[in-house]
Design a protein around this ligand. Structure first.
Ligand SMILES: [Fe+2]
Length: 830
């Protein structure tokens, strides 16, 4: 095996070669969704990486915003990893596939831009870690004797980690971080000054006091247990400088895994200094990009019921501090009483005492998560805030990289709409920052718009590189003896060596989409646009952005006048954006949408619009945007969609908008009602296959679709797995919303196993239980509209076959020609 093969799993056999340590640890964290990859394991040596001409990557960047109209401005932020200048230029992407057949399809067009030319490079750091900060905590400055309580739920500690399922907590398995995790603090790490209630290196509750000359620490001796609540109390007596600590485990049922006991301890420390901001979930670190300093010693886990009162509260009264719901319920002088449930869906943190020590969250600690008082009777944070009163901190959270702008681009009037990219080169290294130009609002609309599903690109952000599962392999030898073994299965997602190498080096750096996991094993729910997204680059991958340029390439080959718009723009502008287009096409993977986007498509069809749905697993998962922090989506999945399928059933209401999360079909709006198809829960990731025409294709209503199409077999060719049916697929289901007059025109056959389900791999033994299929459908809608849907992500990969002279391109061409003809369709039943 060459080095490339070893690192990327170039051989699909996964035989006896032990993976490298670095790769294995990466793989554990990237147990990616059952919806990634296009390469086989069971089939040999398909996962070759290619070198597409660029040298080792040393430059990356991102743009903000992603979508602009003429006259609007985009800021570009660049970071270099080797010193020196770099060059920037602008291109329009026509076909971004530089992998297939040695890159013969790749096409970019140079575009003049004011920023083009040399720029001095600089490295821009990335700061991560979620916390909350009360900027002005000066009301605490005179508090010299106080009692502080908090309910604590740690998620990266060693105790119990050996019992945590690898599926739930792949990052946590194997132990804690072995570092200090600051929970509630006025601690300034650069000078080691102030105080902090923290977990120490041994995962024990500790209280630190530092004055710049030295640090004193008082700690308990029983380490906290993984994912178990404990009530913690610290009393500091300013007269004697004595610190008392107690911890009181919250019972977790009679069968609690851990024999946890209340414990206490104490000691004397140097005089406590009250200074600077108060933080939850981290201490104050070195300066960051903006006004707020970096997180120091970030905490992984949840905090709840954080209360601060004057004086030393007797142990007998501490329980009351935890159980009282508001300051008035506690018979003592309250300094601060934080209610983390209040402000869920915002960045605001509320002190409900008279002190008004309110704060803001940074990097969006999760909210709408169950707290210490959740009792199993409640499911919705909005109606039961007392049960969802925790903040959940992650040390790797980042919702805005906050890089400085290196140059701007004002989209000139008259620039055609399209997918553009800033091409950055530094020596032989290159990177592309894509962005999307929609037509001017005043421009005359083209007959058809192609909607770029940028939010699906975001959901998959940085799910690049090599991903893997373990699966069960069943073989039968020549003697008929059955052998069952576990094997590593590695679809390769990135196909360019330079990108994979860079990805290996910076896997943890660039922020995450919703197929990634936090360092404590929790699925990522917040995906930010303002960061480097290595998954939506041209050239290196053949999905997402590159997959959608396969459609652009075909449109341009056929000389069709089209506009490019984005789903994000639909979210903002609704049906008004779609109105005026005779037909609208969606890209090869339009999986993630907001309610607003879905409603716009529905209204467009109600008004007689025509929808060509040219992808697989479309209109499937619901997302929402944060109301205050721009460019961050939330995605919670009720049951599946991540490989571990581990989002919690009792946290199924979105934090950002309070509405039920999940797949649209779980929410009563299955994709079937919109475009006739719903997701097939098994995906042929390993190789493509074809459709075969059904009797529906001979219906007079469908005649226009098959004009000039000979034979029954459709799409038994294509650059993605060799067939038009590959990757994520959909089928008609009349019991699940497919309109009854839908014509099912063609159906896949001979789908290749093994397949991938949304929740991971599916053993071949299940083959007999399913009839996975992709189907091609057509139906008319009231008011003269119509819908055509292909039900496969692979459709786009067949368009260019044989110089665009093939039945997939011909069908698409026929449909488009009729769909942009304004003559109304008649709503007929066969
Ligand atoms: Fe997907």
């Amino acid at each position: 095996m060459s080095e490339v093969d070893e690192r990327a799993g170039g051989s699909g056999e996964q035989s006896s070669t032990a993976p490298q340590v670095s790769r294995r640890s990466l793989l554990k964290l990237s147990v990616a969704a059952g919806v990634v990859g296009l390469m086989s394991s069971a089939r040999k040596a398909e996962a070759k990486l290619v070198e597409i001409g660029a040298g080792a990557k040393s430059i990356v960047g991102y743009g903000w915003p992603w979508t602009a109209r003429p006259g609007e401005k985009i800021e570009f932020k660049v970071s270099t990893y080797t010193p020196g200048e770099y060059n920037a230029s602008l291109v329009r992407l026509v076909c971004a596939d530089a992998i297939t057949d040695g890159g013969k399809y790749y096409k970019e067009e140079p575009v003049a831009a004011s920023f083009a030319g040399k720029h001095m490079g600089r490295h821009q750091a990335l700061y991560r870690g979620a916390f909350a900060q009360i900027d002005d905590a000066s009301k605490l400055d005179r508090e010299d004797t106080f009692t502080l309580v908090a309910s604590v739920f740690p998620t990266t500690v060693k105790r119990g980690s050996e019992l945590a399922s690898a599926a739930f907590a792949p990052g946590a398995k194997g132990g804690g971080k072995g570092r200090i995790q600051h929970m509630v603090s006025r601690w300034h790490e650069p000078t080691r000054t102030g105080w902090s209630l923290a977990l120490d290196e041994n995962d024990c509750v500790a209280f630190y006091v530092g004055d710049g000359l030295g640090v004193d620490k008082v700690a308990l001796t029983e380490p906290l247990a993984l994912r178990r609540w404990v009530r913690v109390c610290v009393v500091y007596d300013g007269r004697s400088n004595h610190v008392s600590l107690t911890q009181d485990p919250v019972p977790n049922g009679a069968g609690d895994l851990f024999a946890r006991r209340p414990s206490s301890g104490g000691g004397t420390v140097r005089t406590l200094i009250q200074r600077g901001p108060l933080r939850f979930g981290a201490a104050v670190g070195e300066p960051g990009h903006g006004d707020i300093a970096q997180a120091a010693g970030p905490f992984n886990g949840k905090l709840d019921t954080v209360r601060l009162v004057r004086g030393a509260v007797e142990q007998a009264s501490v329980a009351k501090l935890f159980s009282a719901h508001q300051p008035a319920d506690f018979p003592g002088p309250v300094i601060a009483w934080w209610d983390f449930a209040r402000g869920t869906g915002t960045i605001d943190v509320h002190d409900i005492s008279a002190s008004g020590l309110n704060g803001k969250t940074v990097n969006l600690p999760e909210r709408g998560v169950i707290g210490v008082n959740w009792d199993g009777t409640q499911l919705e944070w909005k109606s039961a805030p007392a049960h969802y009163s925790a903040l959940y901190f992650h040390d790797d959270a980042m919702v805005d990289a906050q890089w400085k702008t290196d140059f701007e681009y004002q989209v000139p009037a008259g620039l055609r709409s399209g997918i553009y990219a800033v091409r950055l080169t530094q020596g032989a290294a290159e990177d592309y920052i894509p962005f999307y130009v929609a037509p001017a609002k005043t421009a005359r609309k083209a007959p058809v718009a192609l909607v770029i599903p940028t939010m699906t690109y975001l959901a998959y952000a940085n799910t690049v590189g090599v991903t893997s599962w373990t699966r069960t392999k069943v073989t039968v030898d020549a003697q008929g003896k059955k052998k069952v073994e576990e094997e590593e299965w590695m679809p390769v997602y990135s196909e360019d060596k330079a990108t994979v190498d860079f990805f290996f080096q910076h896997y943890d750096d660039f922020g995450m989409g919703v197929y990634r996991f936090h360092s404590d094993g929790a699925p990522v729910r917040h995906a930010p646009m303002r960061m480097v997204n290595l998954s939506d680059r041209p050239k290196a991958f053949r999905k997402h952005l590159t997959g959608d340029t396969d459609i652009i390439e075909w449109l341009e080959h056929d000389g069709i006048h089209y506009d490019i718009i984005t789903d994000e723009l639909i979210h903002r502008e609704g049906v008004d954006l779609l109105a005026g287009y005779t037909a609208v096409m969606t890209g090869h993977h339009t999986e993630y949408l907001t309610w607003e986007m879905l409603a716009a498509y529905e209204k467009y069809l109600e008004r007689g619009g025509r929808l060509m749905s040219l992808g697989g697993n479309s209109f499937h998962n619901r997302i929402s945007f944060h109301p205050q922090v721009e460019g961050v989506i939330e995605c919670r999945k009720q049951m599946g969609g991540t490989s571990a399928g581990n989002d919690l059933k009792y946290e199924q209401f979105s934090e950002f908008d309070g509405r039920l999360a999940g797949k649209f079909r779980e929410l009563g709006s299955p994709a079937n009602t919109l475009h006739g198809l719903g997701m097939t829960d098994l995906e042929p990731m390993t190789a493509g296959t074809h459709y075969r025409r059904l009797p529906g294709s001979n219906d007079p209503r469908a005649r226009f679709i098959f004009e000039g199409v000979a034979g029954d077999v459709i799409g038994n060719f294509g650059k993605i797995g060799g067939g038009a049916v590959v990757e994520e697929i959909d089928h008609a289901d009349f019991t699940n919303g497919t309109p009854p007059h839908t014509l099912v025109l063609a159906r896949s056959e001979n789908i290749v196993w093994p397949m991938v389900s949304e929740d991971g791999l599916t053993d071949p033994k299940y083959q007999s239980n399913f009839n996975p299929r992709a189907e091609l459908v057509f139906f008319e809608t009231p008011n003269g509209g119509a819908v055509f849907a292909v039900g496969s992500m692979g459709w786009r990969g067949s368009l260019s076959h044989n110089g665009f002279d093939n039945n997939v391109a011909q069908i698409t061409r026929n449909v488009l020609r009729r769909f942009i003809d304004s003559r109304p369709f008649k709503l007929e039943h066969s």
